[in-house]
Design a protein around this ligand. Structure first.
Ligand code: SDX
Length: 434
């Protein structure tokens, strides 16, 4: 797999020396200057904390045009996939690169369905946690613990084991997520049922109780499936880069996904949906919006509008638009006429999008802005929001991990640094220290 070779090159001049850097261009999107030999040629590193201008890899999975607000999975616009397909179709597309035929889709669905149960001894992990443990803490632990159970799919050099591990991850995340939720609320675990589709199975494992039958709402199941599609992958975001870096050392896939779960938890990343709902709740009513918008603009106040802004999108996050539509569908299905949080969100969005600060910094709502309202209406507690994000993003993480492992140019990731610490100095005996 190699980007289209390009005869163009970039000239780097430092003092009286110059070097030519090869320029590569992809199918669409910015060209890249290949600096992989820069240190050997110049004795210098590049410097890019936060990787705002750094391409860490070549990939064929997802493409974002941040200026236009475009998101493509294997070239297909997210709007079309969310409208026409289901989450497991998107999983197949992200893993294999093409939309499945009817037969391929049926085989894939069956394969995932057959791996939804977890080893029964996994249950003992949960009893070690306090009931009020954050479900993301439980997910980090239990996803990593999968490595202790599935030794027959941890040899990353074996394509068959990589495939089984990928299917197991996609299949077992809903089961573990539902178990984390049930443990959190003190209810018994509900086993998966093979006659339910992916999202219906998850809803039932979360909300069914042994005392009565649980009927899955097809509207809510469809809405959740769409939400999973929106969250499935997103180029080299922080958690995906974490999974790639962990995988570059040869760590097993379960351990790599656990690292991704841990990174996603941060409020600047996947934890923003939980933080955004807490923010909307704290604002409480539209009259208080100006106070919070002013705080978000105040350099001396660490407060930021959660669910706003994005490293790549400098236009509306296309997922946020679909999320907003889905939010209205869910609220109307549940007969929720006027949700005060939605009123605050819609007014906050209107105020922010007309405010000079947000316009100048190109800050728009991102996927996390409306997801919390939707998930809360569906019955999920705030602490579960990022768990659902992790459930959906597992296919993106495992697809990017698989692409990296199968890339012949792959090597362990090992960034360098600009060192500004103490120069060499000799040890000082305790008696001589001041
Ligand atoms: C996700 O990478 C991905 O693709 C992530 C994700 C995915 O699918 O994987 O899309 C999921 O993580 C979405 C983002 C969720 N996070 C939030 O909603 C948290 C709030 N947003 C910010 O923390 C921030 O916008 C980030 C973290 C999302 C982006 O940070 P950047 O790219 O490092 O931008 P920045 O912090 O440098 O901000 C640029 C400027 C700054 O002002 P100056 O220093 O230039 O004066 O914009 C300001 C920031 O202060 N700013 C905000 C703001 N976000 C940025 N000001 C107020 N409120 C905000 N939300």
């Amino acid at each position: 797999m190699d980007a289209t070779p390009n005869t163009a090159s970039a000239k780097l001049t430092v003092g009286d020396k110059s070097w030519d850097l090869p320029v590569k261009h992809g199918t669409i999107g910015p060209d890249v200057m290949d600096i992989s030999k820069l240190y050997g040629q110049t004795g210098m590193f590049t410097y890019d904390p936060g990787f705002t201008s750094t391409a860490s890899c070549e990939s064929q999975i997802t493409y974002i045009d941040g200026d236009e607000g475009v998101l493509l999975y294997r070239g297909y616009p997210i709007e079309q996939l969310a409208e026409n397909g289901d989450f497991l179709e998107t999983c197949y597309l992200l893993l294999y690169g093409e939309l499945p035929t009817a037969e391929q889709k049926a085989d894939f669905d069956m394969s995932v369905t057959r791996h939804t149960m977890v080893h029964d001894q996994m249950n003992r992990f949960f009893t070690g946690f306090r009931r009020d443990a954050h479900p993301m803490a439980i997910m980090v632990a239990c996803v990593g613990a999968l490595s202790a159970f599935y030794h027959d799919s941890t040899d990353i050099s074996d394509p068959q084991q990589r495939l089984i591990a990928s299917i197991r991850m996609i299949a077992k995340m809903p089961t573990l997520a539902a178990m984390a939720y049930k443990y959190h609320i003190g209810q018994p675990f509900v086993y998966p049922k093979n006659d339910l589709d992916y999202s219906s199975n998850f809803l039932r494992m979360c909300f069914a109780v042994p005392c009565e039958d649980y009927k899955v709402s097809p509207v809510l199941s469809r809405a959740l499936d769409k939400i999973f599609i929106l969250h499935a992958d997103h180029e080299q975001n922080a958690s995906t880069s974490t999974v790639r870096l962990a995988g570059s050392s040869g760590a097993n896939p379960f351990a790599c996904i656990a690292a991704g779960v841990a990174c996603l938890w941060g409020p600047a990343h996947g934890g923003a949906n939980e933080a955004a709902l807490k923010m909307l709740t704290e604002i409480g009513r539209p009259e208080r919006i100006p106070e919070f918008v002013n705080r978000a603009k105040d350099k001396n106040d660490p407060f930021r509008l959660m669910g706003f802004g994005h490293r790549v999108y400098k236009n509306y996050d296309p997922r946020a638009k679909i999320m907003q539509q889905t939010c209205h569908e869910v609220l109307s299905e549940l007969g929720i006429k006027d949700d005060p949080l939605l009123d605050v969100a819609v007014e906050l969005e209107r105020v922010a999008l007309h405010d000079e600060y947000f316009i100048e910094k190109k800050l728009y709502p991102n996927i996390d802005f409306y997801s919390g309202i939707t998930l809360k209406a569906m019955g999920f507690p705030t602490a579960m929001f990022t768990v659902l994000f992790a459930l959906a993003r597992t296919v993106g993480w495992i697809g990017q991990w698989k692409e990296m492992i199968e890339d012949p140019s792959q090597r362990i990731g090992r960034p360098r640094q600009l060192y500004t610490g103490a120069a060499r100095r000799d040890y000082v005996a305790m008696a001589k220290r001041k």
